[in-house]
Design a binder for this molecule. Sequence first.
Ligand code: NAD
Length: 176
Amino acid sequence: MAKVFIIGANGFVGGHLIKEYIDNGYEVIAGDLSDEFRYSFPATYEKVNILDKENLKSILEKYEPDYLINLAAISSVGLSWKIPDETIKVNAIGTINILDAIKEIVPKCKSLFVGSSEEYIQKDRPLKEDDALEANNPYGISKITAENLARMYANSYGLSIVCTRSFNHTGIRTSR
Ligand SMILES: NC(=O)c1ccc[n+]([C@@H]2O[C@H](COP(=O)([O-])OP(=O)(O)OC[C@H]3O[C@@H](n4cnc5c(N)ncnc54)[C@H](O)[C@@H]3O)[C@@H](O)[C@H]2O)c1
């Protein structure tokens, strides 16, 4: 059974994505900051802080996942204005820690890093994928940085990485 490690699992998206993976026959290892898994899905839960590379490495050594999805982030533009330093730290440095841990422990693991439409600036027309990334808030800039780091690790070390620039989504359990 293929194994997927989902970080930021206690968040809004985690609750939906984990169910999707379980329903499709994957073994899920869910990780987040708190002691307890927020959801009741049949997944293994590990407390993890993406600012702690040794913590990340030990989890990758223990489970050797085939896939890793990073949802962990300071995920609000408004909050990012209040704590810009923490936003850059979690969203960018946290991304380097994950990339480094993958490179060292499970270099064949395929990973997905969730970026944001906030990497663009608003236009008076629908955005195009190849529009310039000109974010004008700390959250958007942190996500551009994370995406650039992921590209660098893919190009320099041959890691298999997908990045998204997701637009806002909503549904049950959203906090926004
Ligand atoms: N929800 C949306 O509409 C939307 C849109 C575009 C992009 N995104 C991105 O998708 C991802 C998931 O979004 P969400 O709405 O579920 O966010 P969320 O805020 O609900 O969940 C984020 C999770 O990350 C965890 N986290 C924060 N810092 C951490 C750390 N240092 N180590 C480990 N875990 C940590 C939090 O505890 C939380 O459970 C985020 O990266 C977000 O930026 C979301």
